[in-house]
Design a protein around this ligand. Structure first.
Ligand code: NAD
Length: 289
């Protein structure tokens, strides 16, 4: 079925579904052009934390974007209210296929017909969770890394996505300081996430084998790559439970992948050491997010 591309997007809100590590950062990026962003989460605690995160950072991030100005962010526990008149919805709930299937069915039923429905899933193609969606032509992957620091993103069709949506997003997203790249065919991990997965996996394997420590790998990475943060600290920021979910998914598709990285991650997750969000992961943090 044909999709009607949204118009008047300057004056329409963006809705972000899920207010966790990534949802709040995605909301922040869309709040940099003076418009309205609505955040919907089932947890009151996450909503409030997300709101305060955005309020704390939006002026500083908007100031770095040409034509940027701090926008308004609201939180709601009413999905219909979150979606009202939105031109774009970005889903960022946990990386579980059953949850993604359910929420995309709901979004498709409740959003107006010209709303674009995007998923921030790290490792599932949207084609895997549109079985309850009647309008797959408005659905796609829009995968962020760690905004506002890492702002290149992957876009990927679900096989039915109206090409005009990709054109619109390629044109509009840079105005929010977001730089999209299109995967030209379906790919688990899109473009850059596959490259990053290989780096994480080998870094974990080096530690799982007892060859080195997270601290030493990170220090070598910083010196040799000229970057401020090494892979272990970056995994702590992402959340080790999320890193494990993603690696499990790659391993399902490619059974030859080494088990050491998953076993090491599982030890940390089972011990409640999830990274920054729990106050301890490979490193310790004074203020858990
Ligand atoms: P998270 O666990 O930090 O946050 C998920 C949020 O979703 C929580 O606040 C939870 O209360 C909420 N939630 C759960 N079910 C919900 C529902 N039905 N409706 C509304 N809210 C609901 O997770 P995250 O790390 O932000 O990851 C979210 C998504 O983004 C996942 O698909 C993940 O793969 C992807 N992603 C994560 C990262 C990362 O660095 N953490 C990077 C890129 C992509």
């Amino acid at each position: 079925m044909a999709f009607t591309i949204p118009t008047d997007i300057e004056n329409r809100p963006v809705a972000v579904i899920g207010a966790g590590t990534l949802g709040r950062r995605i909301a922040l990026m869309f709040a940099t052009r003076g418009g309205l962003v609505r955040i919907y989460d089932t947890s009151h605690q996450a909503d409030e934390a997300a709101l305060s995160y955005v309020e704390q950072h939006v002026a500083e991030v908007a100031a770095k974007i040409e034509g940027g100005e701090p926008g308004r962010v609201t939180v709601t526990h009413d999905l219909a209210e979150a979606l009202r008149d939105a031109w774009l919805v970005v889903e960022a709930i946990p990386e579980r296929l059953d949850l993604k299937k359910e929420i995309f069915g709901e979004l498709d039923r409740a959003a107006r017909p010209d709303t674009i429905l995007a998923s921030n899933s790290s490792s599932y193609a949207t084609s895997e969770f549109i079985d309850r969606v009647e309008h797959p032509e408005r659905v796609l992957n829009m995968h962020f890394y760690m905004p506002p620091q890492q702002n290149a993103i992957d876009l990927m069709s679900d096989g039915h996505t109206d090409p005009a949506i990709l054109d619109l997003l390629m044109r509009e997203l840079p105005r929010y300081g977001i730089f999209p790249f299109v995967a030209h065919q379906e790919s688990t991990g899109f473009i850059f996430n596959r490259v990053w997965a290989a780096i994480k996996r080998e870094a974990l394997e080096v530690v799982a084998e007892g060859v080195s420590t997270p601290e030493d790998v990170d220090e070598m990475w910083k010196i040799n790559m000229g970057l401020g943060t090494g892979p272990f600290r970056m995994m702590d920021q992402v959340g080790l439970d999320v890193v494990l979910d993603i690696e499990n998914h790659y391993a399902q598709e490619r059974p030859h992948l080494p088990a050491g990285p998953r076993e090491l991650l599982k030890k940390y997750v089972d011990a409640g050491r999830l990274g920054v969000k729990s106050g301890r992961g490979f490193y310790s943090y004074d203020t858990p997010a």
